[in-house]
Design a protein around this ligand. Structure first.
Ligand code: FDA
Length: 308
């Protein structure tokens, strides 16, 4: 399985396959399992439907690794429209943003400026910007940028970050970020990282995930526990019960289209649940990372495809 994971992650960076897939109707049909649509209106409808089921959402306009400043600005415009729509339609929603989509690899100061404008807009609209975490080449810059944005007047509580349990450094990062009062989404990590900086074995990642979850839930800050892993969810619930914590003092988070049964079950049990809802035409790298996490998805998609 680790070989398949690496293969899908390598494919997620293949430009020719990306361009071909994103243009083909077959590719779009396949991606619809994990992507809420190509247009803003479609993702807003998906958000309203999830809200009706008692599920909060975070909206993601797909795209990453932009190579031109005008592309970064265009990506930011979509996020500004999403923030306006969240306010106008009173959605229980926030947004998730990748700094590489805002031009981080091109010009870090441009990405920083765009992110600052988004956080300011979110603060005015009473919502929140989650800065997603990408590959380890960006970890430190992302942390530095989020800390700087969070420290600006009026921004506290309107910007947060993601920490990946597979990285050795994460406990230290959490200690520093929680001291600043920054909200964190804890996930296992979706990129390919070397064994010099990240746990190669799933059992070690899981063990670290549980340790970090406990650090977060006792920090007094509202965090997101993002996982579909029933063992991680059970460990979280057990810790909440043992510590006598309020089940609403944090939220579980899951991805659109994955374990919908668990999403609704947790809501019924009284836990907060937020679903990450991606949309847009640039779905290919996101989709391939979902296949990397669970190569059996290829068979699942193929079966569903031929059933239609
Ligand atoms: P794990 O991979 O161990 O899977 C446990 C079980 O969950 C599987 O057995 C299967 O049942 C189900 N499952 C998991 N993935 C599935 C899939 N793709 N399809 C079908 N079933 C699946 N990563 C990152 O590096 N940076 C980020 O910013 C984010 N952001 C983020 C937000 C949210 C809300 C979530 C839920 C996840 C992320 N991730 C992420 C992705 C994360 O790092 C990780 O790759 C996936 O969540 C898969 O890990 P699990 O914790 O689900 O466990």
């Amino acid at each position: 399985m680790p070989i398949l994971r690496s293969a899908f992650i390598a494919l997620s960076r293949n430009a020719a396959l990306r361009s071909f897939s994103e243009r083909s109707s077959l590719g779009r049909r396949m991606s619809s399992r994990f992507v809420a649509g190509m247009q803003i209106e479609e993702v807003l409808r998906a958000a309203e439907e999830l809200n009706r089921q008692g599920i909060a959402v975070t909206l993601d306009s797909l795209g990453e690794s932009v190579t031109r400043a005008d592309e970064a600005r265009r990506s930011a415009d979509i996020y500004h429209r999403l923030i306006d729509a969240i306010q106008e339609r009173k959605l229980n929603a926030n947004v998730s943003v990748k700094l590489s989509q805002m031009g981080l690899e091109l010009d870090p100061s441009l990405a920083h400026e765009i992110a600052a404008e988004l956080v300011q807009h979110a603060a005015q609209a009473g919502t929140f910007v989650r800065i997603d975490m990408e590959g380890s080449e960006f970890t430190q810059t992302t942390i530095d940028m989020v800390r700087e944005l969070h420290a600006r007047p009026g921004h506290a509580g309107h910007v947060g970050i993601v920490i990946q349990a597979y990285l050795f450094r994460s406990a230290q990062d959490i200690a520093q970020l929680t001291q600043d009062g920054i909200r964190i989404r804890l996930c296992k990590g979706a990129y390919k990282e070397p064994a010099s900086i990240a746990f190669p074995e799933k059992s070690d990642v899981d063990q670290n995930y549980v340790k970090l979850m406990k650090m977060l839930l006792t920090s007094g800050i509202f965090h997101g526990i993002a996982t579909h892993d029933e063992a991680m969810i059970a460990a979280t619930k057990q810790f909440v019960a043992e510590q006598g914590l309020d089940p609403r003092s944090f939220e579980f988070q899951m991805l659109y289209g994955i374990r919908r049964d668990l999403q609704t079950a947790l809501v019924r049990e009284g836990y907060g649940m937020r679903v990450y809802v991606p949309f847009g035409t640039e779905w290919y790298p996101y989709f391939m990372r979902r296949l990397a996490e669970r190569p059996a998805n290829v068979l699942f998609l193929a079966r569903n495809f031929f059933r239609k």
